[in-house]
Design a protein around this ligand. Structure first.
Ligand code: HEC
Length: 318
């Protein structure tokens, strides 16, 4: 093979690898690429990040949060560079929401928007190019990194350098995710509200994104029944008999339960059908004495398989 034959073979190979690549595409090679731009269809200017290996995300400086991710190519910059404006740059992959609709970060009160949110930009790792986003919420310094830990899996890490122990909250819409896995010191304090204990210096939340586009459907990580219980139910249901916001799961099956169904008192024996309905339509029958905090439905949050796996685990709790 001559040199020119070799290089055209190489070109062919490269061409085949990135078949739809255009001159205006920004290609990610061995280092993370960071690009400020207006993303097509998004309201504010974003910092778009392309990580080698096909994981990309956009960090919104206004909300001080990562808001969407896509897997595949990074960006087509055509809309941004042609001077006509308005189009913005186009992510080259199936865009997925990260479930963050407002300023997600809250101090002390999960329902009160912070008085001030200041975006301070980012610093980059000299070797990998990976950015760490820096912002300030009501005077509290926060650093955030975003990584992908597998297909459709995104890990968000919040670090509070030298902060006093203050309770913090993070609002994230769980209906955008197949699964949310919480690091140490974080728990659900209500539907869509994560509570971060004051002592936590580094908070980790891992989300498994819903597959929005068939072309990008990838294998879903299998979580055990115990993991599902820990992540989704343990904030309100104990496994050891302790009374929390909801009834304990200890000895659930076969228990005689007094519930209110359609406004009428009813007594029943807990079985598979009742537990399944309690997970998917919790308002159908309310356990008497637990009317204070309503349980949110897990329909559309957990898959059918996950519900069955979770139930098998709960059944084994003695
Ligand atoms: C935000 C708190 C909260 C979370 C999280 C929660 N629940 Fe509940 N759950 C409740 C409350 C309160 C009740 C009692 C009122 C009612 O029946 O709706 C309840 C009732 C139940 C019951 C009926 C229990 C009985 O003794 O009859 C089951 C079963 C149940 N939940 C399953 C689950 C499962 C499984 C999960 C996790 C996937 C979960 N819940 C997550 C608050 C919660």
């Amino acid at each position: 093979m001559t040199l020119s034959q070799m290089s055209s073979a190489l070109l062919l190979l490269l061409g085949g690898m990135a078949s739809a690549q255009k001159e205006t595409d920004i290609v990610v090679r061995d280092k993370t690429v960071v690009q400020r731009c207006a993303l097509a269809g998004a309201s504010s200017r974003m910092v778009a990040v392309g990580v080698p290996g096909g994981f990309n995300y956009a960090f919104d400086g206004q909300r001080c949060a990562p808001v969407e991710a896509w897997f595949g190519g990074f960006l087509d910059f055509n809309g941004e560079t042609n001077g006509r404006g308005g189009n913005g740059c186009k992510p080259l992959g199936a865009r997925r929401s990260l479930g963050i609709d407002t300023v997600p970060f809250r101090l002390r009160d999960p329902d009160a928007l912070p008085n001030s949110v200041r975006f301070h930009g980012y610093r980059r790792n000299a070797q990998t190019g990976e950015p760490t986003f820096l912002f300030e919420v009501d005077g509290l310094q926060v650093e955030q990194q975003v990584r992908s830990s597998g297909p459709d899996c995104v890990t968000m890490e919040l670090v509070f350098p030298g902060s006093e122990p203050i309770e913090k909250f993070y609002r994230i819409n769980p209906s955008e995710h197949v699964l949310v896995e919480l690091g140490e010191g974080i728990r659900w304090s209500g539907p869509g509200i994560l509570q971060i204990a004051g002592s936590v210096q580094k908070a980790q939340v891992k989300v498994q994104l819903k597959a929005g586009n068939k072309a990008f459907v990838r294998e879903v990580v299998e979580f055990s029944g115990a993991e599902l219980y820990r992540n989704f139910c343990s904030a309100c249901h104990s496994a050891d008999g302790t009374k929390l916001i909801g009834p304990t799961f200890k000895g659930l099956w076969g228990r005689e339960e007094a519930v209110t169904r359609n406004g009428k008192p009813e007594s029943l024996t807990v079985d598979d059908a009742y537990v399944r309905q309690s997970i998917l339509e919790p308002q159908a029958a309310i356990v008497q004495g637990y009317e204070q905090v309503p349980m949110a439905s897990f329909s559309g949050v957990l898959t059918k398989d996950q519900v069955e796996r979770l139930m098998a685990y709960l059944k084994g709790l003695e």
